[in-house]
Design a protein around this ligand. Structure first.
Ligand SMILES: [Zn+2]
Length: 127
């Protein structure tokens, strides 16, 4: 495989780029959306930790608002510590969710990455 990419939708009528979804373009209503592969790196705009997430989501539940290079924004689950704002993260799609891996605070690029509190059990999003 080549460099990992993330698949989004691009509307040929208004050029809006958005996460793949059923139905028309959310901006102009066109049904002609086309898949577009973009780099999966994005910038963290906001991040928070929910100590009492909804049923089916194990705590602590960390989520981040990430803006990708093509101005597509998404909410992603955070694996690891809460990323500082402005952090560049790599987004990957995991079934119906998006995930980012965050380096522990104070970690350096390429340095030793600790697992913090240890591996958590596999995550199953509610259906
Ligand atoms: Zn459109």
């Amino acid at each position: 495989m080549s460099a990992p990419q993330l698949l989004v939708s691009r509307c040929p009528s208004c050029t809006l780029r958005y996460l793949p979804r059923a139905g028309p373009c959310p901006k102009c209503g066109s049904m002609e959306a086309q898949p577009l592969a973009i780099p999966p790196q994005g910038t963290v705009l906001a991040a928070t930790e929910l100590e009492s997430p909804a049923a089916g989501w194990p705590p602590p539940h960390r989520i981040a608002l990430v803006e990708l290079a093509q101005a597509v924004r998404l909410l992603a689950l955070v694996d690891g510590s809460l990323p500082p704002l402005g952090t560049v993260v790599t987004v990957r799609r995991d079934a119906d969710t998006y995930r980012v891996m965050s380096q522990p605070t104070g970690g350096t690029r390429g340095g030793g990455v600790s697992e913090g509190r240890g591996a958590r059990p596999p995550f199953e999003p509610p259906r």
